[in-house]
Design a protein around this ligand. Sequence first.
Ligand code: ADP
Ligand code: MG
Length: 729
Amino acid sequence: MNHSARQQAIALIQNRKIDLPVLPSEDIMDVFGSHVFSKKVMLHYLSQDIYRKLEKCMESGESLTRDIASPVANAIKAWAIDNGVTHFTHWFQPLTGLAAEKHESFLEISEGEPIYNFSGEELIQQEPDASSFPHGGLRSTFEARGYTAWDSSSPVFIFHTKYGKTLCIPTIFVSFRGEALDYKIPLLRSISLLDNAATKVCQIFDKQIQRVVPTLGMEQEFFLIDEAFFNLRPDLILTGRTLLGTSSAKDQQLADHYFGSIPERVYAFMNQIEHEAHKIGIPLKTRHNEVAPGQYECAPFFEEINVAIDHGLMLMDIMDRAARQHNFRTVFHEKPFSGINGSGKHNNWSLQSNTGRNLLSPGKVPKDNLMFLAFFTSVIRAVSEHSDLLRASIASAGNDQRLGGHEAPPPIISVFIGSELTRVLEEIVSPPRKKKANANNPYLKLGISKIPELFLDNTDRNRTSPFAFTGNKFEFRAVGASANSSNPMMVLNTIVADQLIKFDKLVRGKINRGRKKELAVLDAIKENVMASKSIRFEGDGYSPSWIQEARKRGLGHVETTPEALSSYLSTQSLKLFTSLKVFSESELRARYEVMLENYIAQVRIESNILNEIVSTQILPVAFSYEKELLENLQLHHQMDWEEDFIVEGKEMVKSLRVRIEDILRMLKDMQGEKERIEKMRSKQEIATAYAERIVPYLNKIRNQSDELEGILPDARWPLPKYREMLFIK
Ligand code: ADP
Ligand code: MG
């Protein structure tokens, strides 16, 4: 019987041993980047001349010319073979959200003899037979070809698993007609767009600045569940979340897990992922227990955004593999367990100049603060004008479950900046009447005497904000734990670039008309502040009154993915993306289709597996227990008790029957509803119907099943319970 599987799992877990070395023996300094085709390695394997040409390509993001492709490919091959590598792969990010790879051996047969070969062509471009990746109609079958091409701004590395070493070449994935089929291309376009726009604004203040890159540090939250439990939960296996399960009597009420001491087996896992991550140059830095039992977080030091995102995806892969070696499974779903915290991937984002300056770090001298305020307020205004797009960028079936609950920001986009900066912005718009005289203060005469005194060690924390300024960066907290951050970061880069282009135009226009530079900048900052007032919110994002308040301010409160996604195709968004050349209209429409398809598939799978678990695991237990109770009642009946003596016993059978009937009816109705929905014509209609008509069934069926969990004998309950999955280690 099934219950014994559950008991066996518990017994197994109690006897688990940590059989991997707790601490790798090597020094971090030797390990870090040892598997990366780094500048140091390049200098060793390449001539000075080729190295310089390659370096130029890497910095500009241009593709490799044929003349250097061959020597570079040879150098990479030599380095890889010296390190015991046998295969290579173009590593890319199709719209499935996961990284994709197709391995090829270096092996070739020449005149009957095996040789190692790896050509310049193979380095630069491949044509994987990848016609099954989602494309949203961009690839009709006769033009189904897709190409991958090296993104030289992200370094080549060797991925080392227990069973082999593979040379990984980060690539873009593009259609025969040059349309983006992946997450990387639009991201790269947005990075270069933002570089141009931000550099121009910087040059108003500082001519030294020639280049600006966005930086990103991602905090990754996740759950670790023992594989013995995990394998007994078809819902976790197929959907990443538990579709059933009553809360544990104790979960996170005592907050005793948060920052608590890391359990030994988890500690061994963390050590291992750090070691693996460091080898390929991922600067993993922090690790700790999160709020929910069984939940953890790790975060690397921030990097240039493109590399940070590649690293984030690799890290998830490393974590998955390492978890298995420690008999765990990593769960990256946004809301794997109902009633306790879900998992996010906080995207800490800033802008850095080639002169090493963080543009979102308030400076000590007044001049720097003006530049800081230019960027700071432009970001806020960008979010204000395109909050619907930011909401769309984080939309997924998983995140729909998470947003608005337990330490997750609500599905209303707002910006938190802390009291000090709020005061500063308000004083820019309406300068205080009384100013302290300070002869050294060059801004006194401008009526903004307060600005130069801006000192920020902003320790303000508002966990309820989806988009918070945290001292020298913005933290986009609404991003889901399983997400590829390319999408939200592409949107953020694009809307900020758009705002900076407008800012630059406004300021230069004023200067050309004779306004003093500082005053022109201040005018533009003031405009930013006034235009974006409604997006700033310092209060509690969880409180019901915020929903009212947000409505009054005209902010969107979008609860489902299909509704959120429709913003991609609004007139405003289409104009934004196409005019700035981040997407062509057909690319954007195709992407929208793919995202809808993903959503539909996700919810469809959830409803199918819920149906299966309830029908084949839960109801059979309920039926047999009901039968027992009835037999029991029958026996009592024979005892000739007075009529009203066995009232509670009858009630118990009744409450069981009510739930069984309810579940059976809802399963049938859900099935009928699904059949009607599948006949609808457009993807948008289908997705919306799934959100509005199927998701509520998932919740209602779950509720009744969870009631049954509280009634049916524990020993016969087939699925590992919350208290077991979250607490038994
Ligand atoms: P928290 O208190 O939210 O955990 P931390 O200070 O630990 O915040 O930083 C979280 C992440 O923010 C880390 O990945 C860190 O490297 C990153 N971060 C710090 N400065 C920047 C920056 N200038 N740009 C991007 N990310 C940054
Ligand atoms: Mg943080």
